[in-house]
Structure formats: C-alpha cells, structure tokens
Design a protein. Structure first.
Length: 309
C-alpha cells in the first residue's frame, strides 16, 4: 500500500455510479468494463467509489465491501487513484469500512458527516472523523463536505485547523458546496501535501479560479474528456475556452430541469445511454428516469458536446 501522501491526487476524479442488475442487485461484472470505459473513452484515471452518485447509503456494509473490493481489484495497474467513501451514519460501520479499504489496498478513504444525528459543532465533527481515521491510520483521509445532502454546514476551514494533530493521515477535502469563501480559506490554510478537490461540476471553473487542485464529480463519468479540456484550457489561461465548456455543462443541467431536475435517476440513466454500459436502475428511493426523458436529454447532450469539440 502507498504510504500516506505518496502520490498526490490532482486532476479529474469520476464519482462512479453503482452497477446493478435489472432486479436491483449489485452487479460486479460491469465494474471492469466501466473502468475500461473511463480510462479509454474519457481519459479519467481516478475514481471515487461508493459516494453520492454511487448511492452509498442505500447499500449494506457487506455490499459496499464487495463493491469497493471489485473497484480496487479491477483498477489495479490501470487507474492512479481509487478513493473509497466510507461514510455511514454509524461510527462502527464507518470504521469497519475504513479498515476494509486498507485491507483491499485502496489509495484513500473519504467520509461525509453523519446526517441522522448531526455533529453540532466542529469539535464534534472532528471527533467523529478522527475515530474513523484511527481505524485505518495508514489510509490517506479526505473530508467530504456536501452540506446539500448532510445539512452539516460547519466551516471547513475551522475543521482544518491543526487537524493533522488529530488525524495524521489527513490528506484533503472534497469540497461539494457553492461557498467560494470557505473554499478559498480552505485552500489558503492547506498544507502543501493536501489536495482540495472541488465537487460542484457546474461551477468547476469558479473552484479552479479559487485554487482547487482538481475535481470530483458525477458528470465526469461521461464528460471526462471534455472536462479534461476545460482543465487544460484553464491551465493555459484560456478562459474563453474553459467557459465555453463550463457553459455547456450548465446548459445540460438547465435542460434536465425540464424533466424534474438533474437527480441521480437522470444522471445514472444518462451514463447508461452515453456509455452503453448496462448499469441497471438506481435503488429505491431513487427512481429511474423514464427512457423518453433520458433520450431527450441525450439529444441535448449531443447538441452541446460533440466528439471533436
Ligand atoms: C449531489 C451530488 O451528486 N453532487 C455531486 C458531487 O458532489 C456532483 O457531481 C453533482 O452531481 C453535479 O455537480 C451535478 O449537480
Ligand atoms: C457525485 C459525487 O461526487 C459523489 O458521488 O460523491
């Protein structure tokens, strides 16, 4: 296993969907083809598994272990990083998944705040995170800030203060919030070996402007090659080109709103249609996007993003 911070994580990370059979059972057989699709067709070399797009909380601990193991096994030698999200509502379940991630030699773990009984202040959040991290002390550890889902909206910059004293494996933040001030302060208060990855795909350019070193997102599953161009354009200070690509992603999400919003059901179905991978339906309570709606969004996708642009 790589020592903590052996390989610094930067660039694009796809937050994977979870392949299911048509009956809604975990379908490990699609994980190999999924990884081939990401590397060969999308130019994506990093994955974040069992996260939000992966419907983590809808799966049992046993299912999440099977999934994490297969992602790591199939990504070995092909992907640069596999980050396993181990967040659960129960500390014990999170610790079990953290230990398991270390056993299967994942590259890093990430954890969102528990959101049934929520930590009421930064100290309480830090204690929870520290107890998870200490179950797998050799695993690079990322805090996954996604207040839209957790309703835990404590300033991340406050969490970062001397965090390495409590969590020596701390390696960075997956920042999925539209809060440019907290994001900027996180980056300004980061250690050089940490990575702050931005997680709001439709606002990536603003995250890059603030200094994010990479991006994790669900849309990079099928937009990886385009978003890699956005990252390259930003690097070269070609803001006009970076904006063009960003606007197209925003137009896609705006269009999807016509069909009730860009939720996980729509998002996963778009991946199925665009990749051709049979990833199955989402698991209830998420509902599958009706095929005619998905087709209409796919058409919009093709009008916004062509192979050559
Ligand atoms: C709620 C959710 O899934 N957030 C993702 C990551 O944090 C994003 O990748 C979004 O899916 C994306 O930005 C579209 O809103
Ligand atoms: C979408 C995202 O970043 C996640 O799956 O956690």
């Amino acid at each position: 296993m790589a020592a903590v911070a052996d390989k610094k994580l930067t660039g694009l990370v796809a937050a994977t969907f979870t392949p299911l059979t048509p009956q809604g059972e975990v379908n490990l057989s699609q994980i190999g083809p999924y990884i081939d699709y990401l590397t060969q067709k999308q130019g994506v070399k990093n994955i974040f598994v069992n996260g939000t797009a992966g419907e983590s909380m809808s799966f049992t601990v046993a299912e999440r272990k099977m999934l994490a193991e297969e992602w790591c096994k199939k990504a070995k030698g092909i992907m640069d990083h596999v980050i396993v999200h181990v967040g659960c509502l129960s500390l014990k379940d999170s610790q079990e998944l953290a230990r398991h991630a270390a056993e299967i030699k994942a590259d890093a773990i990430a954890i969102m705040a528990p959101f049934f009984l929520r930590p009421k202040n930064v100290a309480a959040l830090r204690k929870f995170l520290q107890e998870v991290a200490s179950a797998a002390p050799s695993m690079p550890f990322y805090y996954y800030h996604i207040p839209r889902i957790t309703n835990v909206n404590l300033p991340v910059v406050d969490l970062l203060e001397d965090i390495e004293n409590d969590i020596p494996s701390f390696s960075g933040v997956k920042f999925s919030a539209s809060d440019a001030m907290d994001l900027g302060l996180c980056i300004n208060n980061s250690k050089p070996q940490w990575t702050v990855l931005f997680g709001v795909d439709e606002e990536l350019l603003s995250g890059l402007a603030m200094g994010a070193q990479g991006a994790i997102g669900s849309t990079y599953n099928y937009l990886g090659c385009h978003i890699n161009k956005l990252l390259a354009a930003f690097e070269k200070n070609n803001l006009a080109e970076a904006r063009r690509i960003q606007y197209n992603l925003q137009e896609l999400l705006r269009y999807a709103k016509k069909y009730g919003g860009f939720d996980l059901g729509v998002n996963k179905q778009l991946m199925v249609e665009l990749s051709g991978l049979p990833l199955g339906p989402p698991r209830p309570p998420v509902i599958q996007c009706p095929p005619e709606n998905a087709q209409s969004i796919v058409q919009k996708f093709h009008s916004l993003f062509s192979e050559s642009s």
